[in-house]
Design a protein around this ligand. Structure first.
Ligand code: GLU
Length: 410
């Protein structure tokens, strides 16, 4: 399987085969509704002109306005966005929020851009896609290398022509009608899923050995919340490599260190390990929270975890996914495990369109209900048909989007 697009289609087709989905519904659900590619010429700080490419792929809108993040990364291209937009359709359907799926981004490396260059690119991109987004059309959100500030620029730029419209993006700063709990939401959702899994295992969270690949927004929040619940986070990593301690790492201290712009490999304490060594550690739960395709057929046989909770999107290739199933490693798929982010995005959007604010406790309680219900629904279908949780999740989602498609007509 060559790329990320084939990967999502593979999972889609696997579920569609079991469901006996008709050819025309299959065709409608497999490909995106609309793919937008825009040219973004930008004047850089030194006066030079550089041309970037921006993408927004709108996959499906049968269950509501389309929803999904924007990533700014050199790996962003049309196939990437097609694949990730389709995952958003299945994710929103699975967690049962009234949205379709979309994804987009800009092919760039934000590490090489100044703040003002980043702002100019973001505003130019917003103008280029302005007629295709909106609170009732398509609502972008943060993803890899985008954050609340980027959302603030998009909201401001969009509002210049459309009128004040906080509901056009989610993941905004709190001072600009963002939601309590949104920043931590994906990581918190991952923890709710870990808790449900541990309940099934009849194992307490305290002392559970966890390994986390990635220490960005999602990885760090998952680590912090699990640490506060006395789980033992024995290893975490960033782009520079990992730190390891069998007795459990001091997550707040590591976060302070990384927050000062330092790389984990320079942390004064703990053993340093490579990414490959980190993935091969013996643990209860492995949480890949970095980029896609981190676990593949070359490294999957070294895994020694009992379960993988996919905090990143598409962190396991299909070949490796099959091997995990054969080895008896439980894999909780991305469309369930990392759905906490888009779920609180839904709460943010709901607050925006009602012009009303909810407190953090209410958000977290509602998030917990959604994540637990998602977990229970998926495990029930997986057990009933004796299939892996990913296929079960796709079956549920495809069923819901399929029904909406049939009801709305062609
Ligand atoms: N980027 C996140 C995801 O992949 C959140 C999307 C959203 O909040 O719309 O689920």
């Amino acid at each position: 399987m060559s790329g990320i697009l084939d990967q999502t289609l593979h999972y889609f087709n696997k579920a569609a085969d079991i469901m006996g989905l008709s050819d025309h519904i299959r065709e409608m659900l497999a490909s995106p509704y609309k793919s937008i590619v825009v040219q973004l010429p930008i004047e850089m700080d030194d006066g030079e002109i550089k041309v970037f490419t921006g993408y927004r792929v709108q996959h499906n809108k049968k269950r509501g306005p389309m929803k999904g993040g924007l990533r700014f990364h050199p790996s962003v291209d049309l196939n990437h966005c097609k694949s990730l937009s389709s995952l958003m359709t299945w994710k929103t359907a699975l967690i049962d929020i009234p949205f379709g799926g979309a994804k987009g981004g800009i092919n760039c490396d934000p590490k090489e851009l100044s703040e003002s260059e980043l702002e100019r690119i973001t505003r130019k991109f917003t103008n280029a896609i302005a007629s295709d987004i909106g609170p009732l059309k398509d609502i972008p959100a943060p993803d890899v290398n985008t954050n609340a500030q980027v959302m603030a620029w998009i909201m401001d730029e969009y509002s210049k022509s459309a009128g004040y419209a906080p509901g056009v993006v989610t993941g905004k700063p709190l001072d600009l009608h963002g939601s309590q709990g949104r920043e931590a939401a994906t990581g918190r959702g991952v923890v709710f899923i870990c808790e449900s899994l541990l309940e099934d295992w009849e194992q307490p969270v305290e002392g559970t050995k966890v390994v986390i690949q990635g220490f960005g927004n999602v990885g760090h929040w998952a680590a912090k919340i699990l640490y506060d619940k006395d789980a033992k986070i024995i290893a975490v990593s960033d782009v520079s490599g990992g730190v390891y301690c069998e007795d459990g790492l001091d997550i707040p201290a590591l976060y302070d260190f990384v927050g000062e712009g330092c790389l984990l490999k320079n942390y004064p304490d703990y053993d340093k390990i490579s990414n490959a060594e980190l993935l091969a550690l013996k643990c209860d739960i492995l949480i890949p929270a970095a980029m896609g395709r981190a676990i593949h057929k070359e490294n999957v046989n070294s895994l020694q975890c009992r379960a993988i909770v996919e905090a990143a999107n598409s962190p396991i290739t299909p070949e490796a996914d099959d091997i995990c199933f054969e080895k008896g490693i439980t894999v909780i798929p991305d469309i369930l495990a990392n759905a906490g982010g888009v779920t609180v995005s839904y709460f943010e959007w709901t607050q925006n369109i009602q012009q009303f604010n909810w407190g953090e406790e209410e958000i977290n309680t509602r998030l917990k209900l959604k994540m637990r219900k998602g977990y229970q629904t998926v495990t029930k279908v997986a057990k009933k048909h004796n299939i892996d949780m990913r296929t079960a999740a796709f079956i549920i989602s495809i069923g819901r989007v399929g029904k909406a498609t049939v009801l709305t007509g062609i």
